[in-house]
Design a protein around this ligand. Structure first.
Ligand SMILES: [Mg+2]
Length: 243
């Protein structure tokens, strides 16, 4: 299949974690691990771009031995080893207060949300099976109506409106001196859509949300992390390209 535009090879690859490198049981695809190492070995930095928190993203980044920066909490927190401190683009207090308020408005909603909130620095996440429509309609008519409500398969994110994987990558790319024209990204869920818009080329994994498949340049015939073996083969063989 045609994975890439003719004669184009990415210089940076940004990869979502949950539902993309992992499956719906959060199990990491070991074939994807091998494939990302091949990209790094070929001098193509891999950027982890995720809704997950910095502590977890850092762990995966470290164990994969990646050279690229990380974009965490849907662009709320970005970090590269050469920068020292992370860039934290919101403090998350509004989102947390909105979650507490939702807990009083919607019966049964757990404002404490998902486990990783204890490490969350810029936003707040509710459990993925909370009533999304009720969350959206309550937020829309509240003092927090400016917050974004974004669903992944693993959480409902409450975020300040300037946060997204797209804006996070924009800040990162400016700092790294990179161009989005050289960026290929891979994702599965609605929080990946701003990253798809920012990147030159977007790949949806098999098992992605329909809205994400529609927005992608290419839809993988392989589920989740099984995408990466053939995709990286195509990237590394597409090298008859002028710089
Ligand atoms: Mg995902």
């Amino acid at each position: 299949m045609q994975w890439l535009p003719e004669g184009w090879r990415p210089k940076v690859v940004a990869v979502d974690i949950d539902g993309t490198l992992t499956d719906d049981k959060k199990q990491l695809d070991t074939g994807a691990v091998e494939a990302l190492r091949r990209l790094e070995d070929a001098g193509i930095p891999v950027v982890l771009a995720t809704g997950n928190v910095r502590a977890i993203t850092y762990g995966l980044w470290r164990f994969l031995n990646l050279s690229g920066p990380i974009c965490c909490e849907n662009g709320g927190v970005i970090w590269h080893k050469s920068w020292g401190e992370p860039i934290v683009r919101a403090d998350g207090s509004e989102a947390k207060r909105a979650a507490e308020w939702l807990g009083k408005k919607i019966e049964g909603l757990d404002p404490n949300g998902i486990q990783t909130n204890r490490w969350r620095e810029s936003e707040w996440c509710l459990f993925p099976d909370e009533d999304l429509a009720a969350v959206e309609s309550n937020i829309a008519s509240s003092e927090w109506s400016h917050l974004s409500v974004v669903r992944t398969g693993f959480a409902i994110h409450l975020m300040e409106p300037h946060l997204s994987k797209g804006t996070g990558l924009e800040v990162m790319f400016e700092k790294m001196g990179w161009s989005p024209d050289d960026l290929l990204c891979v994702g599965d869920a609605p929080n990946d859509l701003p990253m798809f818009e920012y990147a030159h080329w977007a790949v949806a994994v098999g098992g992605a949300f329909d809205v994400v498949k529609s927005a992608a340049n290419v839809v993988s015939p392989h589920p989740h992390g099984a995408t990466f073996g053939p995709l990286v083969d195509a990237i590394l063989s597409n090298d008859s390209i002028s710089e």
